[in-house]
Structure formats: C-alpha cells, structure tokens
Write a protein that binds this ligand. Structure first.
Ligand code: ADP
Ligand code: MG
Length: 404
C-alpha cells in the first residue's frame, strides 16, 4: 500500500490537526438513528487525542445547498461524539468563520472541536477549482496537519477531501487504511467464487457499475430497485415499480456481456408486490414475469424480492468464497418489505470466506435488522466509494494521499 498513514506526520503533540471524518449519519427530528459512522471514526480520533494533538473535526451531513440550514446541523453529532469519546467536544456554529476560529484557538492538547457542516459553504462541493481552493485555504488555516478519514467521500473531488490534502502535510487515518486493506482483497485476486449482490434505489448510479464489475466477478445477484429494469429488459411488465426506461438497452448489453464472459447474472424469479408504497399496503408474492397479474394490476409495485429469490440468493452467497453486497434488496425500512434484505444479510453471516457490506443504507439495514457488525467480515462506511474502488477507478481523495 502506497498510502501515507498517520506515522508519516511525525509527532503531533501540541499540533492542530484537521480531521475529515464522514459523520453523515441519518438524523430524524434531531435524533441520530444510526451512529455507525460516528463509531467508525473513533479509532483515528482516539489515536490523535492520545498523541496530544488539538483535534479539529470536519464533516458534512446530508445535502444542504451551500448555505446554513438547521435541518442539517452537526450539533447532535457533536453531542454523540462527546458521549462516545468520553470527553467534551466543542461545537463551532460555523465552519471557517469566527466561531470556528475561536473554537480552534481555545483547544488545549488532546481537546476536540467539531466544526459545523462543511456543505453550509458553497466552496465545499463547487465545480469551480478556484472557489473550492479558496474554501480549502480557509480550512487549512485552522490546522498544522490534515488527516483524511472519511472513506465515504474519497471518490469526491471536494475541498475538504481533495484540495485541503494538498495544502497541509496530510495522511490517511486508520479508518481509510483499514477500508483499503479489506477492499484490496476484493480487487487483487479475490478467492473464488466471487459473488457481488447489488440492490438499493440509486438505480442509474449503480447500473453503470455493473459493466466494470462483470469481468471481475463470477456471479452477480440483482435485487432492490434495479431488478425491475432488468426484468423489463427481458420483456416483462413491472407495474409501477422503479424503472429506468432509458437504461433498458444498457441492461440488455450487460446480459449479453455476462453471457459472453461466462458470468452468471441471477435475477429474481419472484417479488413482493404492494398496492401502494406504504407499510400497511396490501401485498402479494408474484412471479417476476407476472407482476401486473396481481389484483393491483399495473398500479402494483415490487418492494422486495420474493421468498424463492431470497432462498436462491442465500444459496449463491453461502457457496461463495468472497461476497460483496451493496444496496438493500427491498424497502427494508417497512417491515413487510424487509425479509429479502434480512435473508441476504443472514446468508452473508454464514458465508465461509470474506463477506463485505458496503453502502450507507445497507450498513444501516443490517444494524436495524439486529445484526452485529462482527457478524460480517467488514462493513464499509462508503457505498459509492467502495463501488468505485471495486470498479478499479482512481479516487481523487486517495490519490492526494499517495495511493496508487
Ligand atoms: P446504499 O446506501 O446501501 O448504497 P441505496 O442508497 O442505493 O443503498 O438504496 C437504499 C434504499 O433503497 C433504501 O432506502 C430502500 O428502501 C430502497 N429500495 C430497495 N429496494 C427498493 C424497491 N424495490 N423499490 C424502491 N426502493 C427500494
Ligand atoms: Mg444510500
């Protein structure tokens, strides 16, 4: 691994260290519903605290529009972080303004401050290099060194991920280091059979991934929202289910490519069809080629893989040596549509080789369904980032840390 790690920064005692974490946790009415990403950030933060650094944590939360928006404040995260670290965390009500400057200058050795949401500033995600750069310079003025530890954002060319790393002595934190150690096992000669399970709702994003993954895997299991674009590509009607009409040709291309490569794409043979997108909707299990033949007709929508599919996916997963899973199999947030996701998660816990779960919602799903993190080989904190890594793409946030 060519990555620069914490040791490369030398002694950090008394130094102000800006740490880019991914604390983008789900928050409902001010309450954090899954603190997995906060917990995942603790090892690096504790290492810096123990080294006597003055720790300045930065992160984004949600997708505010480049200006302050109370819905997306990191204030509840500061409180949770303080509880988990067992020490006070100073929260600054802005990111690079007076409040942030005061919070940083008030730090003693081993103290921690969290600055307000990076994305309250238009420079963070700007496509304009100079606008991004000038925001990164303000961030850089708050530190003597920079540690990048938000794996969930390393595929983004953003000020706090990409530009900042070039303005201060910089290195990866242990979260990124550990993520790469595991993900490298999936890209460099994975143990075979190698199965990838894809689901979720970001259909057009993830369809693009398939072309890159096909030459690398033995089996691809398709569930979640994207299954309907595949079923439609095979000529089946899918009612009111998620469908990307403009991707039908692409998907047909993948099916041909898979056949030519000898890669098995396993599509659902049954699905749970609902009368509406609601937890109390009427439901019926339908064959994947007869989704519109239910009492709900063309208004029925598929919200989970069916039990026959779940069993077939579980068999494929359990007989694999390497499994990577991204994207829930159904709308697991509603109990009637959680069994498919539960079955896949359960199969991963029984897989004999390396099992990796990637993706914000996928990680939240396994926790919400009562699985423990230690039942899987690895739970990646990055969805898009882990997928792009597996595709073999060069990630800007890793390249600036010396990764090749
Ligand atoms: P991840 O964050 O793990 O990468 P995504 O963000 O792509 O996953 O997708 C997660 C969402 O996908 C969940 O909120 C889930 O409700 C939704 N989902 C899964 N299956 C379906 C489906 N058949 N129809 C609509 N939404 C679905
Ligand atoms: Mg998601």
């Amino acid at each position: 691994m060519t990555l620069r790690t914490l040791e490369s920064l030398g002694s950090l005692a008394g130094k102000r260290v800006v740490v880019r974490c991914d604390l983008n946790v789900p928050v409902t009415d001010g309450v954090i519903t899954d603190d997995g990403r906060v917990r995942a950030s603790l090892p690096t933060l504790n290492a810096l605290i123990n080294a006597g650094a003055r720790v300045v944590v930065i992160s984004h939360l949600g997708r505010p529009k480049g200006e302050p928006d109370e819905t997306y404040t990191l204030a509840p995260v500061a409180q949770r972080l303080s509880e988990l670290l067992g020490q006070a965390v100073t929260f600054a009500s802005d990111t690079v303004g007076l409040a942030a400057q005061e919070a940083v200058s008030g730090l003693a050795d081993s103290d921690v401050a969290l600055l307000e949401n990076l994305r309250f500033n238009p420079g963070e995600t700007s496509k304009d290099d100079s606008e991004r750069r000038s925001f990164a310079e303000k961030l850089a003025s708050l530190g003597d060194a920079f540690v990048s530890d938000g794996f969930g954002v390393v595929h983004r060319k953003q000020a706090s991920v990409y530009d900042l790393a070039q303005l201060l002595p910089s290195a990866a934190g242990t979260l990124i280091e550990n993520e790469l150690t595991v993900l490298e096992r999936l890209t460099d000669a994975p143990e075979r059979p190698y199965t990838v399970v894809l689901g979720g709702s970001k259909v057009s994003d993830k369809l693009g991934v398939i072309g890159h993954l096909l030459p690398r895997v033995n089996t691809l299991l398709i569930g979640g929202g994207m299954m309907f674009t595949f079923l439609a590509a095979q000529g089946h009607k899918v009612g009111s289910s998620l469908l990307e009409e403009d991707q039908l040709d692409t998907v047909r291309g993948y099916l041909d490519q898979a056949a030519a490569l000898g890669v098995e794409i396993v599509l659902p043979t049954d699905t749970v069809v609902a009368s509406a997108f609601a937890a109390d909707a009427d439901t019926v299990v339908a064959s994947a080629d007869a989704i519109e033949d239910t009492p709900f007709g063309s208004s029925g929508l598929g919200l989970d893989i069916g039990p026959e599919t779940a069993a077939a996916f579980a068999r494929a997963i359990e007989s694999s040596e390497t499994v990577f899973w991204n994207g829930p199999m159904g709308v697991f947030e509603m109990a009637p549509f959680a069994p498919g996701t539960r079955a896949v998660a359960d199969a991963l816990t029984r897989a004999k080789g390396l099992s990796v779960v990637g993706g914000g919602d996928s990680a939240a799903a396994v926790r919400a369904l009562g699985f423990g993190d230690d039942q899987f080989g690895h739970i990646s904190t990055g969805g898009g980032a882990s997928l792009e890594f597996l595709e073999g793409k060069r990630l800007p946030g890793l390249e600036v840390l010396g990764w090749q």
